[in-house]
Write a protein that binds this ligand. Structure first.
Ligand code: UD1
Ligand code: CA
Length: 499
């Protein structure tokens, strides 16, 4: 399908020099993210999808941030610097100059596509179809045009009586009649390279904005008797730019709507698309179910039959088949097949939960491996630990990994059973099949199969409250109970000495 493009030499120029002042941000506009990827990153993904021979990016404002970002995404990009933004025609001229230098005098051939860096919905398919039509029609210039309800601010596509494209007229230079035209220049143009190289020096800045308009090449081609045409895009959204934070949010919602719709078409159940956010790089298998209020971010991958939500955020996580994640916040965590997380769990980077394992309610885990079938069900902190398969950690257990200076490691052997309200003072090891009593503070290693208990036997000091807390409601309650000579539950009072 893409043969025509492959046969020709295709160069894509991405314009990213403008400041984007309406964002009111210290971050350059095209670096702002939509669905977890920078706007320019989205455009470059689409551009790379057409497999061009080369990509040139024109940078200007904050080029020290924008340039390296683009280079990271497209290592062999040609970066052209436009110090002063003197118009789209000037920007493309800078791009062509940088290319000529790169080509060491060899002529630029084939097709040159120009796109903007702030149109994140742009798809490779659209660029490919546009380039193909441009080449098939052997035009000097092709315009990717769109029909919009409100054409204000756009360049209008002016057609003659025969319907042929005659010119693009910018908002500020348009007559009242021309302003009524609703077919607009999306900004994406295709050129015959040879024509473009000859036309750029012929542009003038004698217009309302005093800029070199790339769009004036249309008139130049017509005057030279060359073919010019426009290709209407159905989905104008793909060429829509973002200028401020309001549009950024709208764009984010629209891109998310497209991503979520795509996943539903691929077999993912999404109960509430409006509250489901899925980043562009997330991968899901069919029969994943997403409940309301879920954000799947970064490079998160979820395998079949897993159920995520409600109210969960997973960033750069891997979730195994059939796993269940309820009201959890997780980052750089791996959740095994058929494992269970939450409700109310916090998985920090390096949390690895084995198949069938459990990280339960009010549990925080960091840099720890919890083996297959092992469980940490309630109210615990697990840091820098390794918990063997099918071990069970009692409620309210703290893995005390930090001694105030350095972090230390704890190992719990397979099938160990630890009591409630334990503290494991790292570095320490609890052997395979060992047990610990409730409230144990484990400071020394526990051998396999042993029972560890700590703290002395319980002692009850009779009358302590009456002497130390005299006059309090607590003391009154105790006195009342003692008069009846029973403890709550009817058990005779203790004689006061420990057993
Ligand atoms: C441009 C088009 C207009 C089209 C509209 C679509 C021209 C003269 N006008 O108008 O026909 O309908 O886009 O959105 O081409 N840029 C540079 N260097 C410059 C100037 C611009 O890199 O010197 C970049 C900007 O960062 C931006 C893009 O080119 O990404 C468009 O520039 P902008 O000034 O927004 O053009 P518009 O006036 O919107
Ligand atoms: Ca614009």
């Amino acid at each position: 399908m893409s043969e025509a493009v492959h046969d020709h030499e295709l160069t894509v120029v991405v314009l990213a020099a403008g400041g984007g002042t309406r964002m009111k941000s210290k971050t350059m506009k095209v670096l702002h993210q939509v669905s977890g990827r920078s706007m320019v990153g989205h455009v470059l993904t689409a551009v790379q999808g057409v497999k061009p021979r080369r990509i040139v990016a024109v940078v200007g404002h904050q080029r020290d941030e924008v340039g390296p970002h683009i280079r990271q995404l497209v290592p062999d990009v040609v970066l052209a610097v436009q110090d002063e933004q003197r118009g789209t025609g000037h920007a493309v001229r800078i791009a062509v100059e940088a290319l000529t230098e790169r080509l060491m005098g060899a002529p630029l051939r084939g097709t040159v596509l120009v796109a903007y860096a702030d149109t994140p919905l742009l798809q490779a398919e659209s660029l490919r179809a546009f380039a193909q039509e441009h080449e098939a029609a052997q035009r000097a210039v092709s315009i990717l045009s769109g029909v919009v309800a409100d054409p204000f601010g756009y360049g209008r596509v002016v057609r003659g009586d025969d319907g042929d494209v005659e010119a693009i007229v910018e908002e500020n230079d348009a007559t009242r009649d021309q302003r009524e035209i609703r077919e607009i220049n999306s900004g994406i143009l295709a050129f015959d390279a040879e024509f473009l190289v000859g036309a750029l020096p012929r542009l003038s800045n004698d217009n309302a904005k005093g800029e070199y308009y790339l769009t004036d090449t249309v008139k130049i081609a017509r005057d030279d008797g060359l073919h010019v045409g426009a290709h209407l895009i159905d989905d104008v959204g793909q060429t829509e730019g973002v200028n401020d934070r309001v549009q950024l949010a709208e764009m984010g919602r629209e891109m998310n709507r497209r991503i979520v719709t795509q996943w539903m078409r691929e077999g993912v159940t999404v109960m509430d698309p409006a509250t489901t956010w899925i980043d562009a790089d997330v991968k899901l298998e069919p029969d994943v179910t997403i409940l309301p209020g879920v954000q799947l971010l970064g490079a998160t991958v979820v395998a079949e039959d897993a159920v995520i939500g409600p109210d969960s955020t997973l960033k750069d996580c891997e979730v195994g088949a059939g796993a269940r994640v309820v009201r959890a916040h997780a980052e750089l965590a791996v959740i095994g097949e058929a494992a269970s997380v939450g409700p109310f769990a916090y998985l920090r980077p390096g949390s690895l939960l084995g198949a069938g394992g459990k990280i339960g309610t009010f549990v925080e885990v960091k840099n720890s491996e919890i083996g297959p079938g092992a469980k940490v069900p309630h109210l615990s902190y697990v840091g820098d630990a390794e918990i063997g398969e099918q071990a069970n950690i009692g409620a309210g257990t703290i893995f005390a990994n930090w001694d105030g200076v350095a972090k230390h490691h704890t190992r719990v052997g397979r099938l160990a059973r630890t009591g409630s309200n334990n503290t494991f003072v790292a570095p320490v090891e609890i052997g395979e099949g060992a047990t610990t009593g409730g409230g144990t503070v484990v400071r020394r290693n526990v051998p396999p199969g042993a029972l560890a208990v700590s703290g002395g036997p319980q002692r009850n000091l009779a009358g302590w409250v009456a002497s130390k807390r005299a006059g309090t409601p607590q003391a009154a309650a105790a006195e009342q109970a003692l008069e009846g000579d029973t403890e709550p539950g009817g058990v005779p009072a203790d004689d006061g000495e420990g057993h």
